[in-house]
Design a protein around this ligand. Structure first.
Ligand code: ADP
Length: 223
């Protein structure tokens, strides 16, 4: 599902450099990414989703070589292939909860919003304990609730690859378990691949594999 080879990446205005010689993630695998803050975990998710482009090397996701695509093709790839739980949630304040969950269907003409999709959204919302709050705006939700909305949104389109940046970071232990259980069950049921950044060592057992970022030669001063 993800192949990265001889990948090099640096931010223009920063000395941070990320070097990954080989990373292979199989379809359906659930992989946790751990490592110290600032080691490049979010940067990796941005590279896999085509938000950032490497300086050199190859990135193949779901059979498509994304490092050579133009902006429009990368955007289409991202919409069709990836469900993203952002660290800062990236929810829309003027949309109600249910419409934030359905957002991929409003911005992507290829996704058709029908009764089945609405039922799936309702089911996800209920399973994450947000039932009855569907019409609330984001400022009427706690941080933990907003995080769960972000998880529902990432899952609703059944994208082949779910990327999650600290998906349990703002949650209490009970909600942590329900969010992870949902991520694992849904990804199993739909055959989705899951790549999640986490600091939470208590949750690592549920993953097939853990990638420790200290393996990746994230070199602070490399050009
Ligand atoms: P992690 O997710 O492991 O905490 P990040 O991928 O967010 O690490 O960041 C890795 C490094 O890249 C950090 O040193 C950070 O300051 C730097 N960095 C992140 N985003 C940018 C950016 N847009 N421009 C310049 N430097 C950045």
């Amino acid at each position: 599902m993800v192949v990265m080879e001889q990948m090099r990446f640096g931010y223009p205005a920063s000395t941070f450099a990320l070097r990954i010689d080989a990373l292979h993630i199989r379809p359906g695998e659930k992989v946790a990414i751990v490592g110290p803050s600032g080691s490049g975990k979010t940067t990796l998710l941005n590279l896999v989703s085509g938000i950032s482009i490497p300086n050199s090397g190859r990135i193949v996701v779901h059979g498509l070589r994304i490092d050579v695509l133009n902006d429009r093709a990368r955007r289409n790839f991202r919409i069709a292939t990836i469900g993203f739980v952002f660290q800062q949630f990236e929810l829309i304040p003027y949309l109600r909860l249910v419409d934030n969950v359905l957002l991929p269907y409003f911005i992507n003409p290829r996704l058709k919003l029908n009764r089945e999709v609405r039922a799936r959204a309702d089911e996800l919302i209920a399973r994450l304990g947000l039932g009855g709050k569907e019409r609330r705006y984001m400022h009427e939700l706690s941080q933990g609730e907003q995080q769960r909305v972000a998880v529902c949104r990432a899952l609703v389109g059944a994208a082949p690859l779910i990327l999650a940046d600290e998906p349990t970071g703002n949650l209490d232990p009970a909600n942590k378990r329900s969010v992870l259980q949902l991520l694992f069950e849904e990804s199993d049921r739909a055959g989705q691949t899951l790549l999640a950044v986490t600091h939470d060592t208590a949750v690592l057992d549920g993953f097939d594999r853990t990638i420790d970022f200290s393996e990746f030669h994230a070199v602070g001063a490399e050009s």
